[in-house]
Design a protein around this ligand. Structure first.
Ligand SMILES: Nc1ncnc2c1ncn2[C@@H]1O[C@H](COP(=O)(O)OP(=O)(O)OP(=O)(O)O)[C@@H](O)[C@H]1O
Ligand SMILES: [Mg+2]
Length: 266
């Protein structure tokens, strides 16, 4: 099952990706976290996983990627780096880091002034996500870049579920509505998590976000904030994460059995 974590910048996507990954691992799932944020580096620190070689760098960076994808068109399956029905362990070994039973894959980061846009990173996600064949107990959690560019790229269409993270800002409420509309168009179910909630903001958040798809409310926890401030591993456990795991498990049970995806070039 492939789950994309989406939301406004700073809403808590990486924090929740890490907490959900840990909670699912504790429930016996094999979890691959995909860092699809081309700017921020924090996800690996939250889980104290070493930073792996980003996939894009492994392919020769942007120049290598461009060369590979523009060889011929239409491409034959032999020229594409990812096989239809590939498994998690078929990524290059140095692109997968692991700690405490959770694997991490980083798509790519912007390093330099003037190096160009993040389009190759988005294109790369689109190349492998539909082809990944997961075993029953494997879950992929994609920590997306802030905003809705991934919807524009149709990356969300390759996922089974979207979790929208909403923090107490008016901007986040607007984005939640936009995400709900886009998820419907993509034909992917979206659930919302209200994050950083406390007594001051609870009523306003409830008024502004449609409750029917809200699966969890995560309190504002100073310990989460302080760990992140000091660049430390996320030590805090949070029982409010549990309803998210239950939603994922229920969704898995009722979703259709896995089919090997059709090759995009057939
Ligand atoms: N429930 C929470 N309680 C307290 N602080 C939180 C909570 N969730 C997240 N934060 C804090 O909010 C800040 C942003 O969190 P995080 O980096 O997870 O957001 P993000 O959506 O991934 O941001 P970005 O868009 O920049 O990648 C961090 O300082 C983090 O510690
Ligand atoms: Mg983040």
């Amino acid at each position: 099952m492939k789950i994309l974590i989406s939301g406004k910048g700073g809403s808590g996507k990486s924090t929740l990706s890490a907490l959900v990954a840990k909670a699912l691992k504790d429930r016996g799932f094999k979890v691959l976290l995909v860092d699809a944020d081309e700017s921020n580096y924090g996800l690996h620190r939250l889980l104290d996983i070493s930073f792996p070689v980003p996939l894009l760098e492994n392919m020769g960076g942007k120049p290598g990627f461009k060369k590979m994808t523009s060889v011929t068109f239409p491409q034959s399956s032999a020229e594409l780096p990812f096989k239809n029905g590939m498994g998690i362990d078929e990524f290059p070994e140095d692109c997968l880091a692991e700690s405490d039973g959770i694997k991490l894959l980083v798509i790519g980061k912007i390093h330099d002034f003037g190096e160009g846009c993040a389009c190759p990173m988005g294109a790369l996600s689109k190349m492998f996500l539909p082809k990944l064949a997961l075993a029953e107990n494997e879950i992929i959690i994609i920590d997306a870049a802030a905003g809705v560019e991934h919807f524009g790229r149709r990356v969300d269409g390759d996922c089974d579920m979207i979790i929208g993270v909403v923090d107490p800002t008016f901007e986040s409420f607007s984005l939640a509505k936009q995400m709900a509309g886009m998820a419907e168009k993509a034909g992917v179910e979206i659930f919302f998590v209200l994050n950083k909630i406390d007594d001051r903001v609870r009523d306003i958040m409830h008024k502004n976000v449609d409750r029917k798809n809200v699966v969890a409310e995560i309190p504002h926890m100073p310990s989460i904030f302080m760990d992140s401030l000091e660049g430390k591993k996320l030590k805090t456990s949070c029982r409010e994460i549990e309803p998210i795991c239950r939603t994922i498990e229920d969704f898995k049970k009722k979703s259709r059995p896995f089919k090997i995806p059709r090759a995009p070039w057939t």
